[in-house]
Design a protein around this ligand. Structure first.
Ligand code: PTJ
Length: 288
């Protein structure tokens, strides 16, 4: 692992990059996971590398839905397994959700390694090794465990592929996605789309759970009923726009107020001169 000084302004981001690289070296993360990470980093930069307001809104709803679910499952892929293994195990314990390794670029060897990795981080049972072709997708992407993802009512899918997210939603499951790209098909098809880095989203949800657990079921359902995923996604896009404008202002100074066309300005000047002449003449007439 490359030594990154804590003082580096991009310490967090570089450490995350190191985790993914190490994940590839250990055979936990797919090589394609590096590309996914790069894409995620670019979007994280656009939201300011922080949990934006709309993501917080989605994280509250996501944590509430996991608590309300009867058969929740947390799906873990090669990126999630190295970015937030402890957090995903803790989240599963706090919400009684099963953990299932579910890979896009599936190899049985990698499934086994991720199962072991999650167990090293405290998981008792991790599903995934007895997956069957149960999802309406081609090839290995159709694989899921009968007692896990296949029979789940709520599925938490960090960094999911768009096709699979859509397939799960079509199977009438409630899907919670974590994806830094608010325009991705995953974000567009999930029921709750969290536009945040998985490293922050999982930690935030863990922090929210004690408060949510003190609420009644009706109060939790109120949170879900009031939740609007389009609002969350529009909010994320608006926050990206605002952040870009703020960066532009910082780097190049605020945009100048648009100047009126000189011809229009001259006409307005003439009109105001005429108006003041009329007012003076009106005053004179009143005096006469
Ligand atoms: O381990 P496997 O075989 O299941 O493969 C996992 C990857 C992630 C390689 C696979 O599912 C894949 O190719 O995903 P995509 O289609 O590249 O989509 C990944 C999405 O996750 C992109 O929209 C990224 O912006 C987003 N993303 C990447 N890193 C993060 C992220 N979102 C949240 N947190 C991140 N750290």
């Amino acid at each position: 692992m490359t030594e990154i000084p804590k003082s580096h302004p991009r310490y967090e981001s570089l450490m995350t990059r190191e985790k993914i690289t190490e994940g590839v070296e250990k055979g936990l993360t797919a090589l394609q996971g590096l590309i996914a990470q790069g894409r995620g980093e670019a979007f994280d930069y656009l939201i300011g590398e922080k949990t934006i307001e709309s993501a917080h809104y989605s994280e509250v709803a996501a944590a509430a839905l996991l608590l309300l679910a009867e058969k929740p499952v947390i799906s873990v892929n090669g990126n999630a397994a190295v970015l937030a293994p402890s957090e995903l195990v803790t989240l599963s314990q706090l919400t009684n959700a099963k953990l299932e390794v579910n890979l896009f670029h599936r190899t049985e060897e990698r499934v086994g390694k991720i199962v072991e990795e999650l167990k090293k981080h405290g998981a008792d049972v991790v599903l995934g090794e007895n997956a069957e072709s149960l999802l309406p997708l081609d090839h290995d992407r159709s694989k899921a465990e009968r007692d896990g993802i296949y029979s789940a009512d709520v599925i938490f899918v960090p960094l999911e592929d768009g096709d699979r997210c859509e397939a799960l939603a079509n199977m009438k499951k409630l899907v919670i996605a974590v994806d830094l790209n608010p325009l991705s098909r995953t974000s567009q098809t999930a029921h709750i789309s969290i536009v945040d880095n998985l490293t922050r989203a999982a930690a935030n949800m863990i922090e929210l759970i004690p408060d949510l657990k003190s609420m009644t079921e009706d109060e939790l359902w109120d949170i879900i009923d009031a939740y609007d995923n389009s609002m969350a996604l529009i909010g994320a896009i608006e926050e990206i726009k605002e952040h870009l404008t703020q960066k532009q202002d910082e780097l190049f100074g605020p945009e100048e107020e648009p100047q009126p066309d000189p011809k229009v300005a001259a006409a307005m000047q003439r009109r105001s001169e005429v108006a003041s002449r009329v007012m003076i003449r009106g005053g004179d007439l009143m005096m006469e």
